[in-house]
Ligand binder design. Structure first.
Ligand code: DGT
Ligand code: MG
Length: 578
Protein backbone atom coordinates (compact mmCIF):
# COMPACT_ATOMS: atom_id res chain seq x y z
CA UNK A 1 0.00 0.00 0.00
CA UNK A 2 2.80 2.37 1.00
CA UNK A 3 4.62 1.52 -2.20
CA UNK A 4 1.56 2.41 -4.30
CA UNK A 5 1.05 5.63 -2.38
CA UNK A 6 4.67 6.65 -3.00
CA UNK A 7 4.24 6.00 -6.73
CA UNK A 8 1.01 8.01 -6.79
CA UNK A 9 2.63 10.88 -4.90
CA UNK A 10 5.27 11.10 -7.61
CA UNK A 11 2.49 11.78 -10.15
CA UNK A 12 0.79 14.45 -8.04
CA UNK A 13 0.83 17.02 -10.84
CA UNK A 14 -1.24 14.82 -13.13
CA UNK A 15 -3.71 14.06 -10.37
CA UNK A 16 -3.92 17.78 -9.46
CA UNK A 17 -4.86 18.70 -13.05
CA UNK A 18 -7.41 15.88 -13.28
CA UNK A 19 -8.99 16.72 -9.92
CA UNK A 20 -9.16 20.46 -10.77
CA UNK A 21 -10.97 19.60 -14.01
CA UNK A 22 -13.31 17.32 -12.07
CA UNK A 23 -14.15 20.03 -9.50
CA UNK A 24 -14.74 22.72 -12.13
CA UNK A 25 -16.95 20.36 -14.13
CA UNK A 26 -19.09 19.68 -11.05
CA UNK A 27 -19.42 23.36 -10.23
CA UNK A 28 -20.64 24.33 -13.68
CA UNK A 29 -22.86 21.24 -13.75
CA UNK A 30 -24.64 22.53 -10.69
CA UNK A 31 -25.95 25.47 -12.72
CA UNK A 32 -27.74 23.14 -15.13
CA UNK A 33 -30.88 22.46 -13.06
CA UNK A 34 -30.90 26.11 -12.03
CA UNK A 35 -31.26 27.30 -15.63
CA UNK A 36 -33.80 24.58 -16.46
CA UNK A 37 -35.85 25.77 -13.46
CA UNK A 38 -35.51 29.36 -14.59
CA UNK A 39 -36.75 28.48 -18.10
CA UNK A 40 -39.86 26.89 -16.56
CA UNK A 41 -40.56 29.77 -14.19
CA UNK A 42 -39.63 32.78 -16.32
CA UNK A 43 -40.16 31.63 -19.92
CA UNK A 44 -42.94 29.06 -19.72
CA UNK A 45 -44.87 30.43 -16.75
CA UNK A 46 -44.16 34.17 -17.14
CA UNK A 47 -43.62 34.36 -20.90
CA UNK A 48 -40.23 36.20 -20.59
CA UNK A 49 -39.09 35.13 -24.08
CA UNK A 50 -35.84 37.19 -24.19
CA UNK A 51 -34.61 35.22 -21.16
CA UNK A 52 -34.90 31.98 -23.15
CA UNK A 53 -31.94 33.00 -25.31
CA UNK A 54 -29.75 33.74 -22.28
CA UNK A 55 -30.77 30.48 -20.59
CA UNK A 56 -30.20 28.40 -23.73
CA UNK A 57 -26.81 30.03 -24.27
CA UNK A 58 -25.89 29.31 -20.67
CA UNK A 59 -27.01 25.68 -21.05
CA UNK A 60 -24.99 25.34 -24.26
CA UNK A 61 -21.93 26.85 -22.55
CA UNK A 62 -22.38 24.43 -19.63
CA UNK A 63 -22.60 21.47 -22.01
CA UNK A 64 -19.49 22.49 -23.96
CA UNK A 65 -17.56 23.31 -20.78
CA UNK A 66 -18.56 19.99 -19.27
CA UNK A 67 -17.42 18.11 -22.36
CA UNK A 68 -13.99 19.81 -22.39
CA UNK A 69 -13.47 19.44 -18.66
CA UNK A 70 -14.79 15.88 -18.77
CA UNK A 71 -12.21 15.03 -21.41
CA UNK A 72 -9.40 16.68 -19.40
CA UNK A 73 -10.50 14.85 -16.27
CA UNK A 74 -10.71 11.39 -17.87
CA UNK A 75 -7.53 11.86 -19.87
CA UNK A 76 -5.71 13.19 -16.79
CA UNK A 77 -6.79 10.31 -14.57
CA UNK A 78 -6.10 7.73 -17.26
CA UNK A 79 -2.63 8.93 -18.21
CA UNK A 80 -1.53 9.58 -14.62
CA UNK A 81 -2.79 6.24 -13.33
CA UNK A 82 -1.23 4.44 -16.29
CA UNK A 83 2.13 5.98 -15.33
CA UNK A 84 1.67 4.76 -11.75
CA UNK A 85 0.81 1.25 -12.95
CA UNK A 86 3.70 1.13 -15.42
CA UNK A 87 6.08 1.95 -12.56
CA UNK A 88 4.40 -0.51 -10.21
CA UNK A 89 4.61 -3.27 -12.83
CA UNK A 90 8.26 -2.44 -13.42
CA UNK A 91 9.03 -2.67 -9.69
CA UNK A 92 7.11 -5.94 -9.46
CA UNK A 93 8.97 -7.38 -12.42
CA UNK A 94 12.31 -6.27 -10.94
CA UNK A 95 11.40 -7.95 -7.65
CA UNK A 96 10.40 -11.19 -9.40
CA UNK A 97 13.73 -11.14 -11.25
CA UNK A 98 15.55 -10.80 -7.93
CA UNK A 99 13.94 -13.84 -6.35
CA UNK A 100 15.78 -17.12 -6.08
CA UNK A 101 15.26 -20.39 -7.92
CA UNK A 102 13.38 -21.84 -4.95
CA UNK A 103 10.66 -19.14 -5.25
CA UNK A 104 9.93 -20.34 -8.78
CA UNK A 105 9.76 -23.94 -7.57
CA UNK A 106 6.82 -22.92 -5.37
CA UNK A 107 4.99 -20.42 -7.60
CA UNK A 108 3.66 -21.41 -10.96
CA UNK A 109 3.90 -19.30 -14.10
CA UNK A 110 0.14 -18.79 -14.38
CA UNK A 111 -0.10 -17.24 -10.91
CA UNK A 112 2.83 -14.91 -11.47
CA UNK A 113 1.40 -13.86 -14.83
CA UNK A 114 -1.88 -12.89 -13.19
CA UNK A 115 -0.01 -10.86 -10.53
CA UNK A 116 1.72 -8.91 -13.30
CA UNK A 117 -1.36 -8.52 -15.45
CA UNK A 118 -4.75 -8.91 -13.76
CA UNK A 119 -3.83 -7.64 -10.31
CA UNK A 120 -2.13 -4.55 -11.64
CA UNK A 121 -5.21 -3.95 -13.82
CA UNK A 122 -7.45 -4.18 -10.74
CA UNK A 123 -5.30 -1.56 -9.03
CA UNK A 124 -5.46 0.55 -12.17
CA UNK A 125 -9.30 0.46 -12.10
CA UNK A 126 -9.29 1.60 -8.49
CA UNK A 127 -6.74 4.40 -8.77
CA UNK A 128 -8.19 5.63 -12.04
CA UNK A 129 -11.97 5.22 -12.27
CA UNK A 130 -12.37 4.34 -8.60
CA UNK A 131 -10.81 7.55 -7.28
CA UNK A 132 -12.36 9.65 -10.03
CA UNK A 133 -15.90 8.42 -9.49
CA UNK A 134 -15.57 8.33 -5.72
CA UNK A 135 -14.51 11.99 -5.57
CA UNK A 136 -17.08 12.99 -8.14
CA UNK A 137 -19.97 11.23 -6.47
CA UNK A 138 -19.05 12.38 -2.96
CA UNK A 139 -18.87 16.01 -4.08
CA UNK A 140 -22.09 15.73 -6.08
CA UNK A 141 -23.77 14.21 -3.05
CA UNK A 142 -22.61 16.90 -0.62
CA UNK A 143 -23.29 19.88 -2.87
CA UNK A 144 -26.63 18.51 -4.07
CA UNK A 145 -27.73 17.85 -0.47
CA UNK A 146 -26.87 21.42 0.55
CA UNK A 147 -28.67 22.90 -2.49
CA UNK A 148 -31.69 20.67 -1.92
CA UNK A 149 -31.91 21.73 1.73
CA UNK A 150 -31.63 25.34 0.69
CA UNK A 151 -34.39 24.94 -1.91
CA UNK A 152 -36.81 23.10 0.32
CA UNK A 153 -35.68 21.32 3.48
CA UNK A 154 -39.00 19.60 4.08
CA UNK A 155 -39.09 17.97 0.65
CA UNK A 156 -35.41 17.04 1.02
CA UNK A 157 -36.06 15.28 4.33
CA UNK A 158 -38.93 13.32 2.79
CA UNK A 159 -36.67 12.15 -0.03
CA UNK A 160 -33.77 11.29 2.25
CA UNK A 161 -35.96 8.79 4.10
CA UNK A 162 -35.78 6.44 1.11
CA UNK A 163 -31.99 6.72 0.73
CA UNK A 164 -31.05 4.15 3.41
CA UNK A 165 -33.38 1.69 1.69
CA UNK A 166 -31.67 2.24 -1.68
CA UNK A 167 -28.27 1.93 -0.02
CA UNK A 168 -29.32 -1.29 1.74
CA UNK A 169 -30.37 -2.97 -1.52
CA UNK A 170 -27.30 -1.64 -3.36
CA UNK A 171 -24.89 -3.03 -0.78
CA UNK A 172 -26.69 -6.36 -0.62
CA UNK A 173 -26.39 -6.62 -4.40
CA UNK A 174 -22.74 -5.64 -4.41
CA UNK A 175 -21.89 -8.13 -1.66
CA UNK A 176 -23.38 -10.90 -3.75
CA UNK A 177 -21.82 -9.62 -6.96
CA UNK A 178 -18.48 -9.26 -5.14
CA UNK A 179 -18.59 -12.92 -4.16
CA UNK A 180 -19.45 -14.08 -7.67
CA UNK A 181 -16.77 -11.75 -9.02
CA UNK A 182 -14.17 -13.51 -6.88
CA UNK A 183 -15.42 -16.83 -8.22
CA UNK A 184 -15.28 -15.49 -11.79
CA UNK A 185 -11.71 -14.28 -11.26
CA UNK A 186 -10.60 -17.65 -9.82
CA UNK A 187 -12.44 -19.51 -12.56
CA UNK A 188 -10.88 -17.33 -15.22
CA UNK A 189 -7.43 -18.18 -13.86
CA UNK A 190 -8.26 -21.91 -14.04
CA UNK A 191 -9.61 -21.52 -17.58
CA UNK A 192 -6.50 -19.59 -18.63
CA UNK A 193 -4.18 -22.18 -17.11
CA UNK A 194 -6.07 -25.03 -18.82
CA UNK A 195 -5.94 -23.28 -22.19
CA UNK A 196 -2.32 -22.17 -21.75
CA UNK A 197 -1.11 -25.63 -20.74
CA UNK A 198 -3.00 -27.24 -23.58
CA UNK A 199 -1.58 -24.85 -26.16
CA UNK A 200 1.96 -25.07 -24.74
CA UNK A 201 1.74 -28.86 -24.74
CA UNK A 202 -0.25 -29.16 -27.96
CA UNK A 203 2.33 -31.44 -29.59
CA UNK A 204 2.20 -33.86 -26.69
CA UNK A 205 -1.61 -33.81 -26.75
CA UNK A 206 -1.67 -34.60 -30.45
CA UNK A 207 1.05 -37.21 -30.23
CA UNK A 208 -0.90 -39.08 -27.56
CA UNK A 209 -4.22 -38.53 -29.33
CA UNK A 210 -5.63 -36.79 -26.24
CA UNK A 211 -7.46 -34.01 -28.11
CA UNK A 212 -10.91 -35.28 -27.09
CA UNK A 213 -9.93 -35.49 -23.44
CA UNK A 214 -8.45 -31.99 -23.54
CA UNK A 215 -11.52 -30.57 -25.29
CA UNK A 216 -13.67 -32.21 -22.61
CA UNK A 217 -11.53 -30.70 -19.86
CA UNK A 218 -11.75 -27.28 -21.45
CA UNK A 219 -15.50 -27.56 -22.02
CA UNK A 220 -15.98 -28.43 -18.38
CA UNK A 221 -14.08 -25.29 -17.31
CA UNK A 222 -15.99 -23.27 -19.86
CA UNK A 223 -19.29 -24.60 -18.52
CA UNK A 224 -18.22 -23.62 -14.98
CA UNK A 225 -17.41 -20.17 -16.28
CA UNK A 226 -20.82 -19.89 -17.91
CA UNK A 227 -22.56 -20.97 -14.71
CA UNK A 228 -20.85 -18.32 -12.62
CA UNK A 229 -21.57 -15.61 -15.18
CA UNK A 230 -25.17 -16.78 -15.27
CA UNK A 231 -25.29 -16.58 -11.48
CA UNK A 232 -24.02 -13.01 -11.69
CA UNK A 233 -26.60 -12.09 -14.30
CA UNK A 234 -29.35 -13.58 -12.13
CA UNK A 235 -28.24 -11.61 -9.10
CA UNK A 236 -28.22 -8.42 -11.15
CA UNK A 237 -31.66 -9.21 -12.55
CA UNK A 238 -32.96 -9.81 -9.04
CA UNK A 239 -31.64 -6.66 -7.44
CA UNK A 240 -31.79 -4.10 -10.22
CA UNK A 241 -35.62 -3.79 -10.34
CA UNK A 242 -35.91 -2.95 -6.61
CA UNK A 243 -33.19 -0.32 -7.03
CA UNK A 244 -35.01 1.13 -10.04
CA UNK A 245 -38.26 0.97 -8.13
CA UNK A 246 -36.84 2.78 -5.10
CA UNK A 247 -35.26 5.45 -7.34
CA UNK A 248 -38.67 6.00 -8.94
CA UNK A 249 -40.33 6.13 -5.52
CA UNK A 250 -38.10 9.11 -4.75
CA UNK A 251 -39.25 10.77 -7.93
CA UNK A 252 -42.90 10.03 -7.11
CA UNK A 253 -42.37 11.50 -3.64
CA UNK A 254 -40.80 14.63 -5.16
CA UNK A 255 -43.65 15.09 -7.62
CA UNK A 256 -46.46 14.34 -5.12
CA UNK A 257 -45.14 16.35 -2.18
CA UNK A 258 -43.50 18.94 -4.43
CA UNK A 259 -46.76 19.28 -6.38
CA UNK A 260 -48.52 19.81 -3.10
CA UNK A 261 -46.07 22.59 -2.19
CA UNK A 262 -46.41 24.17 -5.66
CA UNK A 263 -50.21 24.15 -5.46
CA UNK A 264 -49.97 25.59 -1.94
CA UNK A 265 -47.74 28.36 -3.31
CA UNK A 266 -44.74 27.40 -1.15
CA UNK A 267 -42.64 26.58 -4.20
CA UNK A 268 -42.55 27.59 -7.86
CA UNK A 269 -42.92 24.97 -10.62
CA UNK A 270 -39.45 25.82 -11.95
CA UNK A 271 -37.92 25.20 -8.53
CA UNK A 272 -39.65 21.81 -8.45
CA UNK A 273 -38.16 20.92 -11.86
CA UNK A 274 -34.72 22.03 -10.61
CA UNK A 275 -35.28 20.05 -7.41
CA UNK A 276 -36.10 16.84 -9.31
CA UNK A 277 -32.91 17.30 -11.34
CA UNK A 278 -30.80 17.82 -8.23
CA UNK A 279 -32.31 14.75 -6.60
CA UNK A 280 -30.72 12.60 -9.31
CA UNK A 281 -27.35 13.96 -8.24
CA UNK A 282 -28.15 12.35 -4.92
CA UNK A 283 -29.47 9.02 -6.16
CA UNK A 284 -26.57 8.32 -8.54
CA UNK A 285 -23.84 8.48 -5.88
CA UNK A 286 -25.95 6.13 -3.77
CA UNK A 287 -26.11 3.63 -6.60
CA UNK A 288 -22.42 4.03 -7.42
CA UNK A 289 -21.21 3.46 -3.85
CA UNK A 290 -21.82 -0.27 -4.02
CA UNK A 291 -19.82 -0.63 -7.22
CA UNK A 292 -17.07 1.56 -5.84
CA UNK A 293 -16.71 -0.49 -2.65
CA UNK A 294 -16.35 -3.56 -4.84
CA UNK A 295 -13.65 -1.97 -6.97
CA UNK A 296 -11.89 -0.92 -3.78
CA UNK A 297 -12.19 -4.41 -2.27
CA UNK A 298 -10.75 -5.98 -5.42
CA UNK A 299 -7.95 -3.46 -5.45
CA UNK A 300 -7.11 -4.17 -1.82
CA UNK A 301 -7.10 -7.92 -2.49
CA UNK A 302 -4.76 -7.40 -5.45
CA UNK A 303 -2.48 -5.12 -3.44
CA UNK A 304 -2.27 -7.84 -0.78
CA UNK A 305 -1.27 -10.46 -3.35
CA UNK A 306 1.33 -8.17 -4.91
CA UNK A 307 2.66 -7.13 -1.49
CA UNK A 308 3.28 -10.81 -0.78
CA UNK A 309 5.69 -10.91 -3.69
CA UNK A 310 7.32 -7.63 -2.65
CA UNK A 311 7.79 -8.97 0.88
CA UNK A 312 9.40 -12.13 -0.44
CA UNK A 313 13.09 -12.09 0.45
CA UNK A 314 15.45 -13.67 -2.06
CA UNK A 315 16.80 -16.76 -0.30
CA UNK A 316 20.10 -16.32 -2.07
CA UNK A 317 21.32 -12.95 -0.88
CA UNK A 318 24.38 -10.97 -1.72
CA UNK A 319 26.96 -10.98 1.06
CA UNK A 320 27.22 -7.63 2.90
CA UNK A 321 31.02 -7.53 2.87
CA UNK A 322 31.92 -9.60 -0.15
CA UNK A 323 35.42 -10.98 -0.59
CA UNK A 324 37.04 -10.98 -3.98
CA UNK A 325 39.51 -13.63 -5.11
CA UNK A 326 42.91 -12.14 -5.98
CA UNK A 327 42.99 -14.01 -9.20
CA UNK A 328 40.04 -15.70 -10.87
CA UNK A 329 41.24 -19.11 -11.96
CA UNK A 330 38.16 -21.29 -11.64
CA UNK A 331 39.21 -23.52 -8.74
CA UNK A 332 36.08 -25.15 -7.32
CA UNK A 333 36.12 -27.09 -4.07
CA UNK A 334 33.28 -28.90 -2.33
CA UNK A 335 34.04 -29.63 1.31
CA UNK A 336 31.72 -31.94 3.27
CA UNK A 337 28.78 -30.56 1.32
CA UNK A 338 25.27 -31.64 2.16
CA UNK A 339 22.02 -30.47 0.58
CA UNK A 340 18.39 -30.97 1.51
CA UNK A 341 15.15 -30.20 -0.29
CA UNK A 342 12.40 -29.56 2.25
CA UNK A 343 14.01 -31.84 4.83
CA UNK A 344 14.82 -34.64 2.37
CA UNK A 345 18.56 -35.16 1.98
CA UNK A 346 19.59 -34.97 -1.67
CA UNK A 347 23.38 -34.74 -1.29
CA UNK A 348 25.50 -36.18 1.51
CA UNK A 349 29.07 -35.40 2.47
CA UNK A 350 30.45 -34.44 -0.94
CA UNK A 351 34.14 -33.65 -1.30
CA UNK A 352 35.49 -32.55 -4.68
CA UNK A 353 38.55 -30.56 -5.65
CA UNK A 354 38.32 -29.34 -9.24
CA UNK A 355 41.57 -27.54 -10.04
CA UNK A 356 41.71 -24.72 -12.59
CA UNK A 357 41.35 -26.09 -16.09
CA UNK A 358 40.44 -29.59 -14.95
CA UNK A 359 37.43 -31.60 -16.04
CA UNK A 360 35.17 -33.33 -13.55
CA UNK A 361 32.59 -35.68 -14.97
CA UNK A 362 29.51 -36.75 -13.07
CA UNK A 363 27.55 -39.89 -13.77
CA UNK A 364 24.77 -41.71 -12.02
CA UNK A 365 21.19 -42.86 -12.44
CA UNK A 366 18.38 -40.31 -12.68
CA UNK A 367 17.51 -38.60 -9.44
CA UNK A 368 20.95 -39.36 -7.96
CA UNK A 369 21.57 -35.65 -7.24
CA UNK A 370 23.81 -34.66 -10.17
CA UNK A 371 21.94 -31.48 -11.11
CA UNK A 372 21.51 -30.62 -7.44
CA UNK A 373 25.30 -30.75 -7.05
CA UNK A 374 26.13 -28.35 -9.86
CA UNK A 375 23.31 -26.01 -8.76
CA UNK A 376 25.41 -25.21 -5.69
CA UNK A 377 28.43 -23.82 -7.57
CA UNK A 378 26.91 -20.54 -8.75
CA UNK A 379 24.47 -20.48 -5.80
CA UNK A 380 21.27 -21.32 -7.66
CA UNK A 381 20.69 -22.93 -4.27
CA UNK A 382 22.83 -22.77 -1.13
CA UNK A 383 24.19 -25.96 0.38
CA UNK A 384 22.69 -26.90 3.74
CA UNK A 385 25.94 -28.36 5.15
CA UNK A 386 29.64 -27.87 4.45
CA UNK A 387 31.13 -25.31 2.09
CA UNK A 388 31.56 -24.68 -1.61
CA UNK A 389 34.66 -22.63 -2.43
CA UNK A 390 35.44 -20.68 -5.57
CA UNK A 391 39.12 -19.77 -5.81
CA UNK A 392 39.49 -20.24 -2.08
CA UNK A 393 36.49 -18.13 -1.05
CA UNK A 394 33.21 -19.56 0.20
CA UNK A 395 30.70 -18.84 -2.58
CA UNK A 396 28.38 -17.29 0.03
CA UNK A 397 31.05 -14.66 0.75
CA UNK A 398 31.43 -13.65 -2.87
CA UNK A 399 29.61 -10.93 -4.79
CA UNK A 400 26.80 -12.86 -6.48
CA UNK A 401 27.19 -11.16 -9.86
CA UNK A 402 30.95 -11.78 -9.87
CA UNK A 403 30.38 -15.45 -9.06
CA UNK A 404 27.66 -15.92 -11.68
CA UNK A 405 29.63 -14.07 -14.33
CA UNK A 406 32.41 -16.57 -13.86
CA UNK A 407 30.25 -19.66 -14.05
CA UNK A 408 28.45 -20.55 -17.27
CA UNK A 409 25.89 -23.28 -17.30
CA UNK A 410 24.22 -25.25 -20.02
CA UNK A 411 21.08 -26.32 -18.21
CA UNK A 412 19.49 -29.72 -18.50
CA UNK A 413 16.27 -28.21 -19.91
CA UNK A 414 17.12 -26.28 -23.04
CA UNK A 415 15.23 -23.01 -23.20
CA UNK A 416 15.42 -20.76 -26.20
CA UNK A 417 13.70 -17.40 -26.55
CA UNK A 418 11.51 -16.42 -29.45
CA UNK A 419 14.25 -14.42 -31.09
CA UNK A 420 17.04 -14.79 -33.63
CA UNK A 421 19.69 -17.47 -33.20
CA UNK A 422 22.30 -14.75 -32.74
CA UNK A 423 20.37 -13.08 -29.92
CA UNK A 424 19.79 -16.45 -28.29
CA UNK A 425 23.53 -17.03 -28.27
CA UNK A 426 24.60 -13.53 -27.28
CA UNK A 427 21.83 -13.34 -24.67
CA UNK A 428 22.53 -9.71 -23.86
CA UNK A 429 26.24 -10.15 -23.09
CA UNK A 430 27.94 -6.92 -24.07
CA UNK A 431 31.44 -6.46 -25.39
CA UNK A 432 31.54 -9.61 -27.48
CA UNK A 433 33.35 -9.19 -30.77
CA UNK A 434 32.15 -10.78 -33.98
CA UNK A 435 35.17 -13.13 -33.93
CA UNK A 436 34.40 -14.30 -30.41
CA UNK A 437 30.78 -14.84 -31.35
CA UNK A 438 31.74 -16.89 -34.39
CA UNK A 439 34.34 -18.84 -32.43
CA UNK A 440 31.78 -19.83 -29.79
CA UNK A 441 29.26 -20.78 -32.47
CA UNK A 442 31.86 -22.80 -34.34
CA UNK A 443 33.06 -24.59 -31.20
CA UNK A 444 29.51 -25.49 -30.24
CA UNK A 445 28.95 -26.80 -33.78
CA UNK A 446 26.20 -24.24 -34.40
CA UNK A 447 27.90 -22.84 -37.48
CA UNK A 448 27.53 -26.20 -39.19
CA UNK A 449 23.72 -26.10 -39.41
CA UNK A 450 23.17 -22.32 -39.30
CA UNK A 451 25.27 -21.81 -42.43
CA UNK A 452 22.67 -23.85 -44.31
CA UNK A 453 19.79 -21.67 -43.20
CA UNK A 454 18.79 -18.90 -45.63
CA UNK A 455 18.79 -16.23 -42.90
CA UNK A 456 21.78 -17.69 -41.03
CA UNK A 457 22.16 -16.33 -37.51
CA UNK A 458 19.25 -13.94 -38.10
CA UNK A 459 16.79 -16.83 -38.31
CA UNK A 460 14.02 -16.31 -35.78
CA UNK A 461 13.17 -19.37 -33.76
CA UNK A 462 10.07 -20.13 -31.72
CA UNK A 463 9.78 -19.90 -27.94
CA UNK A 464 10.67 -23.52 -27.57
CA UNK A 465 13.05 -23.49 -30.49
CA UNK A 466 10.45 -24.81 -32.90
CA UNK A 467 11.94 -25.59 -36.23
CA UNK A 468 15.15 -26.89 -34.66
CA UNK A 469 16.07 -30.42 -33.70
CA UNK A 470 16.76 -31.33 -30.08
CA UNK A 471 20.49 -31.52 -30.80
CA UNK A 472 20.49 -28.16 -32.60
CA UNK A 473 18.83 -26.56 -29.59
CA UNK A 474 21.46 -28.09 -27.33
CA UNK A 475 24.23 -26.73 -29.55
CA UNK A 476 22.79 -23.19 -29.34
CA UNK A 477 22.66 -23.52 -25.53
CA UNK A 478 26.30 -24.62 -25.51
CA UNK A 479 27.32 -21.64 -27.68
CA UNK A 480 25.40 -19.35 -25.28
CA UNK A 481 27.50 -20.67 -22.39
CA UNK A 482 30.81 -20.58 -24.30
CA UNK A 483 30.45 -16.98 -25.42
CA UNK A 484 30.59 -15.78 -21.82
CA UNK A 485 34.23 -16.85 -21.48
CA UNK A 486 33.71 -17.92 -17.87
CA UNK A 487 36.35 -19.77 -15.93
CA UNK A 488 33.89 -22.50 -14.96
CA UNK A 489 31.67 -24.27 -17.43
CA UNK A 490 28.86 -26.58 -16.38
CA UNK A 491 27.22 -28.89 -18.86
CA UNK A 492 24.21 -30.69 -17.45
CA UNK A 493 23.41 -33.55 -19.78
CA UNK A 494 23.84 -31.13 -22.65
CA UNK A 495 25.17 -33.41 -25.33
CA UNK A 496 22.59 -36.15 -24.81
CA UNK A 497 20.78 -35.36 -28.06
CA UNK A 498 23.96 -35.12 -30.14
CA UNK A 499 25.39 -37.81 -32.34
CA UNK A 500 28.77 -39.16 -31.28
CA UNK A 501 30.59 -37.28 -34.05
CA UNK A 502 29.24 -33.88 -33.09
CA UNK A 503 29.78 -34.63 -29.40
CA UNK A 504 33.39 -35.49 -30.14
CA UNK A 505 33.88 -32.33 -32.21
CA UNK A 506 32.54 -30.22 -29.34
CA UNK A 507 34.79 -32.01 -26.85
CA UNK A 508 37.84 -31.33 -29.00
CA UNK A 509 36.91 -27.67 -29.35
CA UNK A 510 36.50 -27.44 -25.59
CA UNK A 511 39.90 -29.00 -25.04
CA UNK A 512 41.38 -26.23 -27.16
CA UNK A 513 39.87 -23.66 -24.82
CA UNK A 514 42.49 -23.93 -22.11
CA UNK A 515 42.09 -22.93 -18.47
CA UNK A 516 38.37 -23.62 -18.17
CA UNK A 517 37.23 -25.83 -15.31
CA UNK A 518 34.53 -28.12 -16.61
CA UNK A 519 31.77 -30.01 -14.83
CA UNK A 520 30.19 -32.45 -17.22
CA UNK A 521 27.10 -34.42 -16.33
CA UNK A 522 26.45 -37.20 -18.80
CA UNK A 523 25.00 -40.65 -19.12
CA UNK A 524 27.28 -41.66 -21.99
CA UNK A 525 30.76 -42.99 -21.29
CA UNK A 526 31.94 -41.32 -24.50
CA UNK A 527 31.21 -37.90 -22.97
CA UNK A 528 33.10 -38.49 -19.73
CA UNK A 529 35.96 -40.86 -20.42
CA UNK A 530 38.60 -38.17 -20.93
CA UNK A 531 37.77 -36.32 -17.69
CA UNK A 532 40.46 -35.84 -15.02
CA UNK A 533 38.08 -37.31 -12.49
CA UNK A 534 34.83 -39.18 -12.94
CA UNK A 535 32.38 -39.21 -10.02
CA UNK A 536 29.69 -41.85 -9.91
CA UNK A 537 26.66 -40.78 -7.87
CA UNK A 538 24.09 -42.91 -6.16
CA UNK A 539 21.46 -41.59 -3.72
CA UNK A 540 23.28 -38.28 -3.32
CA UNK A 541 26.63 -39.87 -2.51
CA UNK A 542 29.79 -40.43 -4.50
CA UNK A 543 30.12 -44.18 -4.63
CA UNK A 544 32.96 -44.41 -7.12
CA UNK A 545 35.59 -41.93 -8.24
CA UNK A 546 38.70 -41.94 -10.40
CA UNK A 547 39.83 -41.72 -14.00
CA UNK A 548 38.27 -43.82 -16.75
CA UNK A 549 41.01 -46.45 -16.49
CA UNK A 550 40.92 -46.56 -12.70
CA UNK A 551 37.16 -47.02 -12.67
CA UNK A 552 37.27 -49.74 -15.30
CA UNK A 553 39.90 -51.39 -13.11
CA UNK A 554 37.68 -51.63 -10.04
CA UNK A 555 34.90 -53.20 -12.12
CA UNK A 556 32.09 -51.42 -10.27
CA UNK A 557 29.08 -49.47 -11.45
CA UNK A 558 31.03 -47.39 -13.97
CA UNK A 559 32.41 -50.56 -15.46
CA UNK A 560 28.86 -51.98 -15.70
CA UNK A 561 27.68 -48.82 -17.48
CA UNK A 562 30.64 -49.05 -19.81
CA UNK A 563 29.90 -52.69 -20.58
CA UNK A 564 26.23 -51.92 -21.26
CA UNK A 565 27.14 -49.19 -23.72
CA UNK A 566 30.00 -51.02 -25.37
CA UNK A 567 28.65 -54.56 -25.00
CA UNK A 568 29.51 -55.72 -28.50
CA UNK A 569 32.88 -54.04 -28.41
CA UNK A 570 33.75 -55.60 -25.00
CA UNK A 571 32.60 -59.02 -26.18
CA UNK A 572 34.77 -58.76 -29.26
CA UNK A 573 37.75 -57.72 -27.13
CA UNK A 574 37.25 -60.63 -24.72
CA UNK A 575 37.05 -63.06 -27.66
CA UNK A 576 40.33 -61.73 -28.96
CA UNK A 577 41.97 -62.22 -25.55
CA UNK A 578 40.76 -65.85 -25.40
P1 DGT B 1 18.65 -36.61 -13.79
O1 DGT B 1 18.76 -35.21 -14.24
O2 DGT B 1 17.30 -37.18 -14.03
O3 DGT B 1 19.68 -37.51 -14.30
O4 DGT B 1 18.74 -36.60 -12.17
P2 DGT B 1 19.73 -35.79 -11.24
O5 DGT B 1 20.78 -36.69 -10.75
O6 DGT B 1 20.14 -34.54 -11.90
O7 DGT B 1 18.77 -35.48 -10.00
P3 DGT B 1 18.46 -34.08 -9.33
O8 DGT B 1 19.69 -33.56 -8.69
O9 DGT B 1 17.72 -33.22 -10.25
O10 DGT B 1 17.46 -34.54 -8.19
C1 DGT B 1 17.90 -35.20 -7.03
C2 DGT B 1 16.76 -35.36 -6.07
O11 DGT B 1 16.34 -34.08 -5.65
C3 DGT B 1 15.55 -36.07 -6.63
O12 DGT B 1 15.17 -37.06 -5.69
C4 DGT B 1 14.49 -35.03 -6.73
C5 DGT B 1 14.95 -33.97 -5.77
N1 DGT B 1 14.61 -32.63 -6.26
C6 DGT B 1 15.12 -32.01 -7.36
N2 DGT B 1 14.57 -30.79 -7.51
C7 DGT B 1 13.71 -30.64 -6.47
C8 DGT B 1 12.84 -29.59 -6.05
O13 DGT B 1 12.75 -28.54 -6.66
N3 DGT B 1 12.10 -29.81 -4.90
C9 DGT B 1 12.19 -30.98 -4.19
N4 DGT B 1 11.46 -31.13 -3.08
N5 DGT B 1 13.00 -31.97 -4.56
C10 DGT B 1 13.74 -31.82 -5.67
MG1 MG C 1 19.62 -33.61 -13.62
Amino acid sequence: MKRLWELMKKQWRGYAIAISALLTAIIIDMYNPYFVGQIVDRVIMNGEMPYLKTALLALAAITIGRAILGYTKEYGFDVTSSKVIVNLRKKLFDQIQKLSFSFFDENNTGELMSRIKEDTENIMSAICYGIMLFLEQCIYFIIATVILFLINWKLTLICLVTMPLIEYVVFKLERKIGKTYEKISDQRAVLNTTAQQNIAGVRLVKAFGREKHEIQKFLQQNEENYKINYEQARTMAKYNPPIEFLSNVVLVLVISFGGYFVIGGDMSLGTLVAFSNYIFMLIWPMRMMGWLTNVLAQCLASIKKIEKIFNEEPLIKNCENPKEPEDIRGHVVFRNVGFEFGGTPVLKDINIDAGPGSTVAIMGITGAGKSSLINLIARYYDCTAGNVYFDGIDVRDMELSLLRNNVSAVMQDTFLFSDTIEENIRFGVVGITEEEFLAASRDAQVEEFVSQMPDGYSTVIGERGIGLSGGQKQRISIARALIRKSKVLIMDDSTSALDMGTEYAIQKAMDRRKGITRFIIAHRVSAVKNADEILYFENGEIVERGTHDELLGIRGRYYDTYCEQYRDYVAALEKEVV
